[in-house]
Ligand binder design. Structure first.
Ligand code: 6PG
Length: 242
């Protein structure tokens, strides 16, 4: 894990406040004639951040400068309780003025392999290339206590090195199909931020950040943007074993 920056916050709320401030500054410094391309993860961790942005930054950010993508999606319809897009729409998108045509959701209701291809084409059409492939300006990732990230699970680690940058994955326990970005495009981003909270993640955070000899089998350990910045936003619970 080369020069990644580790930021530790007393709790998830303070972490959300700090990330929101970072996000506001990042949006403000962007050229007005440029759209910023951000890819979001789902799960529970981002929810506090989305709520904080919606409540406190809905009129402090020019949301029209943002193109929003997803890192992964469960293969369910957008109104399903498991939908990452559905969760983001409810907590954030319905409360800020991002133009709908700038929200690029993965269609969980579509046939998975077709959707992976469609989404890869959509990214290629809207995210400018650098280093021979689309380069996201920022990607927010979560991490499971099993060391997965996006929807790349340890039993499907080969997906991280897939030739295409959007693939179909399967949750190892629920067998739920997922659409997921893969390592090539994650590691081509200008900035990747892991957002990890809770003591259930502490052991895996220790393994990935402190144990180079045993982290290779976990997908989260392979996130390391070759020409970009990697940072870890952790609360004290998740950082307890560092
Ligand atoms: C998803 C996410 C996934 C998530 C981790 C952590 O679709 O579930 O993209 O990669 O980030 O599983 O999830 P929590 O934030 O719920 O712990």
């Amino acid at each position: 894990m080369s020069d990644s920056e580790i930021k530790i916050f007393s709790n998830a709320e303070i972490l959300a406040q700090s990330l929101a401030r970072n996000f506001q500054h990042w949006m403000a410094q962007a050229d007005n004639d440029k759209k910023l391309n951000l890819a979001l993860s789902g799960g529970s961790t981002p929810q506090k951040i989305f709520k904080h942005l919606a409540e406190n930054y809905h009129n402090l950010i020019d949301w029209t400068k943002l193109n929003l993508f997803w890192v992964d999606e469960r293969c369910v319809p957008p109104d399903h309780a498991d939908s990452n897009y559905g969760m983001t729409r409810k907590l954030l998108l319905e409360k800020v003025n991002i133009p709908p045509e700038q929200v690029f959701r993965m269609k969980g209701e579509a046939e998975p392999a077709d959707e992976a291809r469609r989404y890869e084409a959509s990214i290629s059409a809207h995210v400018p290339q650098q280093y021979n492939m689309p380069r996201f300006d920022w990607i927010w990732l979560g991490m499971g206590d099993d060391g997965h990230t996006a929807s790349i699970f340890p039993d499907q680690l080969a997906l991280f090195q897939a030739a295409s940058f959007c693939e179909v994955a399967i949750h190892p326990v629920s067998k739920q199909k997922r659409i997921t970005l893969t390592g090539k495009i994650l590691n081509n981003a200008a900035k990747v931020s892991f957002l990890v909270t809770g003591n259930s993640k502490a052991e895996m955070i220790h393994t990935i950040l402190n144990q180079p000899e045993s982290r290779e089998k976990f997908p989260a350990a392979h996130v390391n943007p070759s020409e970009g910045k990697l940072e870890w936003f952790l609360d004290q619970s998740a950082a307890a074993n560092l």
